[in-house]
Design a protein around this ligand. Structure first.
Ligand code: NAI
Length: 706
């Protein structure tokens, strides 16, 4: 039962217990209102503490209520009742006080918290805005800067920052409810005022139109394309300019608009897709898990160091192996520098830097990895090198230790051939920078056991990654799709669009940067080197021509001061290059490609329908379990705008499968079938009127591993 009241002297404590996160269900809302009524009627009680059992104070709305619409009383009504109380109401905060949970706290008179508490208004991440007076109460209580920061980014803040802003009144180290009761007693004895947040006012002179214009400018890039952050800014602006009740009305209007916005639907799809990606058909609660208490890493280059940081952050010791002391020192030095930079920005303390580094050991000998529970390989992308190191690993580590490769393209099944007990082998494909990017593409090889897969899925979650499983194919889900996408971008350039037009169109669509500028950032030499080991039939000689010529001239991208674009030293802004323009002309003539003017719409359709068509192939081949896994990969690993729902969702919901197929066939007629053969799955779905949502593969590959 929600809302059980316990009396501690003159203070009533109302308890909520709705595991796992005390979501604010109808019963919780009713319990809050009933508690206020009970306390009002009891003359012995002088104050009320709102308390929760379990691991957190109320962590938000009850998402299971989303489907049928919220049942009465609404949380806004609850906030009205709480804030009208004639006796002080104190919220006892701990854990993750998010969304509706924070709105409940804001409707109370005082807030006390454990110093590990995090508070946040994450609604914008689901395309909506706080809808229970949060946008009106928070600026009044903690200032406009703080309210905007919390509500437009959706990123939570720690208790110390919340205390400084005034969103929390007092912090304690432990025993939050006793501390809250004591605080309540003090407030009663002192005759403290009721401090109702809705009676506070914001200084409209300080926060005039100019302030908001400057704020919008400062977040323009970050919130590009998204509607919810602008709605939340307007609601906070209303808190400055309108009386409370009118502000609440305005917040309601903004809430209605955002709920009806297709972006909210797309973002909710993403929310559920990420959770679903962790649930793998065939794996259940009874799949045994191995415990990973120590990790070995091979290679301390770009990826190895970043991968190590994920584990150090989660308090898991890491031993990292390099070919020589120099590379080891260099790699560990970069890890230290990264941590120190975070400390410099106040994200972690210098104490934490040392604590994390104390968990990192460097070595040049394999025997130091003998006791690791998991070893992740991140050495050069070369099959012979990979086989050599896995053979050595297999001979050194415990027979039950899990072995993983971070390879981008290589065949994990082939690598697994050199390993004893290959059921413990899989791919763990991190994205650069590995300590920042959220995606972990988990490659299930032919013989990978359910236990290995389930262990790594769980571990991925523990280190804060979004996991998605792929079967084995060239480039797995992400990079195989990337190839088609980049191929179209490069073809469009040969057909007459400039690199800057292509990149600008992709950026406008919502990508963090254009794919051509991205190639300059990664280094054009990587592609050239890779093609050297391939047969000409395995890549397109037309689109690689310009890149290989540029590399031949020493133009390897940003790192050499020029690639497709020119760069001014110390500046990453791409500048169109006459050298590249001349090479594009040369290539177009050489391969007899007529130049024409190209619309941005064609750029978007060609690039993203290619991505989508390959996505359908991956589903049809059983490489991906579901379309939503592909969306998860593209959003978290490649920066596809989440508010568009991912490439598969975008094509189906925004364009429609039928129209997508028509366009793909039109492109095939013009550009040939090689890159534009429609996926048989897409053809089937259109013929049968089916949906991508209904396609679920039992396994990514028929691996017979059970
Ligand atoms: P890198 O060249 O920066 O680092 C590789 C490191 O491995 C070097 O420090 C090298 O000394 C070391 N190494 C080479 N052979 C070794 C051996 N036998 N034993 C121990 N250490 C050895 O390369 P990077 O970029 O870190 O790539 C590593 C792997 O990660 C590759 O398979 C790559 O395809 C993959 N990858 C790379 C991404 C990227 O953006 N750089 C993204 C995702 C995966």
């Amino acid at each position: 039962m929600q809302g059980v009241i316990e009396k501690r002297g003159a203070v009533a404590v109302v308890w909520f217990d709705n595991p796992p996160v005390n979501a604010i269900s109808q019963a919780v809302r009713q319990g809050l209102i009933a508690a206020i009524d009970t306390v009002a009627a009891d003359t012995d009680v002088k104050a009320l503490v709102v308390a929760c059992r379990g691991r957190t104070f109320m962590a938000g709305a009850d998402i299971t209520e989303f489907a049928g619409g919220p049942k009465p009383p609404s949380l806004g009504e609850v906030a009205d009742v709480l804030s009208a109380s004639e006796k002080p109401v104190i919220a006892a905060l701990f854990g993750t006080v998010f969304g509706g949970g924070l709105e409940v706290a804001l409707a109370c008179n005082y807030r006390i918290a454990l110093n590990t508490t995090k508070i946040g208004l994450p609604e914008v991440k689901l395309g909506i805005i706080p809808g229970a007076q949060g946008t009106q109460r928070l600026p009044r209580l903690a200032g406009v800067d703080f309210a905007l920061k919390l509500s437009t980014t959706g990123t939570p803040v720690g208790a110390a920052e919340a205390l400084e802003a005034g969103a929390i009144d007092r912090l304690v180290n432990d025993d939050i409810v006793s501390a809250a009761v004591q605080y309540a007693d003090e407030l009663v004895v002192d005759g403290a005022p009721l401090r109702r947040t809705h009676e506070m006012v914001v200084n409209a002179d300080t926060y005039g139109p100019q302030y908001f214009a400057a704020y919008r400018e400062s977040v323009k890039r970050k919130i590009r394309g998204m509607h919810a952050p602008e709605r939340v800014i307007r609601a906070v602006e209303a808190a400055v300019n309108l009386p409370f009740q009118e502000g609440v009305e305005f917040e309601r209007e903004m809430t209605r608009e955002s709920v009806a916005d297709p972006q909210a639907k797309a973002l909710q799809h993403v929310f559920f897709a990420e959770r679903l990606a962790n649930k793998v058909p065939g794996l259940g609660k009874d799949t045994p898990l191995k415990s990973i208490k120590s990790v070995g890493i091979l290679g301390a280059g770009t990826m190895g160091g970043g991968i190590a940081m994920n584990f150090l952050n989660a308090n898991i010791p890491v031993t990292i192996l390099e070919i020589n002391q120099e590379n080891l020192d260099k790699g560990i030095g970069i890890v230290r520098k990264n941590y120190e930079a975070s400390a410099g920005k106040g994200r972690i303390t210098y104490e934490q830097v040392e604590q994390r580094l104390s968990l990192l050991t460097g070595t040049n000998v394999y025997t130091d990895l003998a006791e690791a529970d998991l070893v992740i390989e991140a050495v050069f992308e070369n099959m012979d090198v990979k086989k050599e190191v896995f053979k050595k690993l297999s001979d050194t580590v415990r027979p039950d230790a899990i072995l993983a490769s971070n390879t981008s393209y290589l065949d994990v099944d082939e690598i697994a051939q050199v390993v004893d007990n290959p059921q413990r082998m899989l791919g763990m494909h991190f994205f650069s920078p590995a300590n920042v990017m959220r995606l972990l593409e988990i490659i299930r090889a032919e013989k990978t056991s359910p236990e290995t897969l389930a262990t790594i899925l769980k571990l991925g979650k523990n280190i804060g990654k979004v996991g998605a499983v792929s079967g084995v194919c060239y480039g797995f889900i992400g990079n195989r799709m990337l190839r088609g996408y980049a191929q179209e971008a490069n073809m469009l350039v040969l057909e007459g669009a400039s690199p800057q037009q292509v990149d600008a169109a992709l950026y406008e669509f919502g990508m963090p940067m254009g794919v051509i500028a991205m190639a300059d950032m990664a280094g054009l030499d990587i592609g050239t080197r890779m093609r050297e080991s391939l047969d000409e039939s395995q890549y397109d000689v037309r689109t690689s021509y310009v890149y290989d010529r540029l590399v031949g001239m020493g133009r390897h991208g940003q790192k050499t001061g020029g690639g497709v674009y020119d760069y001014v030293p110390g500046n990453r802004t791409p500048i169109p290059s006459p050298i590249t323009e001349a090479l594009i002309q040369e290539a177009a003539e050489k391969f007899d490609i007529p130049q024409r003017s190209i619309t941005d719409e064609e750029i978007i359709e060609r690039c993203f329908l290619s991505l989508f068509n390959i996505g359908c192939e991956l589903l049809d081949e059983g490489i991906a379990y579901r379309a939503s896994d592909i969306d998860t990969v593209y959003i978290n690993g490649y920066g596809f705008p989440a508010w568009r729902g991912g490439p598969m969702y975008w094509a189906e919901q925004t364009m429609g499968l039928e129209r997508a197929l028509v366009r793909i066939r039109e492109f095939a007629a013009i550009h040939g079938d090689k890159d534009w053969t429609p996926s048989p799955l897409l053809v089937r779905l259109v013929a049968e009127g089916g949906s991508l949502r209904d396609v679920v593969n039992p396994k990514p590959t028929d691996n017979g591993a059970g």
